[in-house]
Design a protein. Structure first.
Length: 350
């Protein structure tokens, strides 16, 4: 049978109601790309892979959760869905709602959403509303709206989102034959780290695939789980994890602790440096998506992580195309040269 998305592939392991009617864009089945140069740079004698979730239909892992949430809604005749978003959830909800023929409303924090994400949500026909407030404010509002009106909430507070997202853990075990030693990933609202831990535990109980230790990574200007308190005005270039009050913060801390891992923070400079490093190995991700491996590199540099003999998977959550402005801001602009061989030769040989 041709591949038909994560629900078709993993439904037996997903806790979805019987009424669920699969709405899919063939999300999932993303590759584990080996990163031999990064592995060498971090000390060698280890395997490092990027699970490139940016290759999902709308360019981020959100599609795994969204196929589940929207399919459950479709099965009970929901007409309209709503979410708060730093951008990728909006694009994903908009696409899957369009596919299902549902109306989609998204609330985003004004001016803080990357261009490629906003464009996606608009292109898929969602009603996009900016609020003069943070992601956390937007989330509070959509929760209230979904309680007051017949509009279904598709943020990761919706349990089916996690059911969909945990399929990434299944894929990693199926591809590698077992869980890796370590999993490194960015942490924003903390739905994803919670989902991975659910998935790895479930597969281990059923198939004895083992469990990874989890290194959850926040941006230093937006690190409530590291500081142990909410951050009122979160700041970071990694807009997808610019969240001061993670909805699933407790579960994230539990996942890190139970797995024998930890949650740390990295600077924006470290995040951007890892974004460049990954691109130099052919994998262009958006800033937030580089945070997991930036955390690994930071720990290795600080002498707090020995990679030798380890198999490590970094989750690259979203595609670089989502946030083209960051490249314009942080990298050199292309040269403008007169169209003559002499001028070109001069520039190329410089
Ligand atoms: C949503 C998102 C995250 C954060 O995931 P959470 O489940 O909110 O922790 C990280 N990276 C990208 C690209 C995202 O879209």
């Amino acid at each position: 049978m041709p591949y038909a998305g994560v629900i078709q592939r993993y439904r037996a392991y997903m806790d979805l109601p019987d009424h669920t009617r699969p709405i899919t864009l063939l999300e999932g089945a993303t590759p584990l790309i080996p990163l031999p140069r990064l592995a060498q740079d971090l000390g060698g004698e280890c395997e490092i892979y990027a699970k490139f979730e940016g290759l999902n239909p709308t360019g981020s892992f959100k599609d795994r959760g969204m196929t589940a949430a929207i399919s459950e809604c479709a099965g009970r005749g929901v007409q309209a869905v709503i979410c708060a978003s730093t951008g990728n959830t909006a694009a994903s909800a908009a696409a899957y709602a369009a596919r299902a023929g549902q109306r989609c409303i998204v609330l985003i924090p004004q001016g803080k959403v990357a261009a490629g994400k906003l464009a996606g949500a608009v292109a898929y026909g969602a009603q996009v509303i900016q609020i003069d407030g943070s992601f956390d404010d937007a989330l509070t509002l959509v929760v209230s709206l979904s309680q007051k009106y017949p509009i279904a909430l598709v943020n990761s507070l919706n349990p089916y989102r996690l059911e969909g997202q945990k399929t990434a853990a299944f894929e990693i075990c199926d591809d590698l034959g077992a869980a890796p030693d370590w999993l490194c990933l960015p942490v924003g609202n903390a739905g994803n780290i919670t989902s991975y831990w659910m998935g790895f535990q479930q597969y281990d109980s059923l198939k004895h695939t083992g469990r990874p230790r989890i290194l959850g990574v926040q941006a230093a200007g937006s690190a409530p789980l590291v500081l142990g308190r909410p951050v009122e005005k979160p700041e970071t270039v990694a807009t997808a994890i610019r969240i001061g009050r993670p909805a699933r913060g407790e579960q994230a801390l539990e996942a890190a602790e139970q797995s024998g891992g930890r949650i740390i923070a990295v600077s924006d400079d470290d995040i951007l440096a890892m974004q460049r490093r990954l691109a130099a190995e052919g994998v262009w991700v958006e800033p937030a998506s580089a945070a997991g491996l930036a955390g690994l590199a930071q720990q290795v540099q600080a002498g707090q992580f020995d990679v030798r003999g380890k198999r490590i998977v970094g989750i690259c959550t979203g595609h670089g195309l989502k946030d083209p402005e960051i490249i314009a801001k942080t990298m050199d602009k292309p040269l403008l040269v007169t169209p003559t061989l002499e001028a070109l030769a001069e520039v190329i040989n410089r």
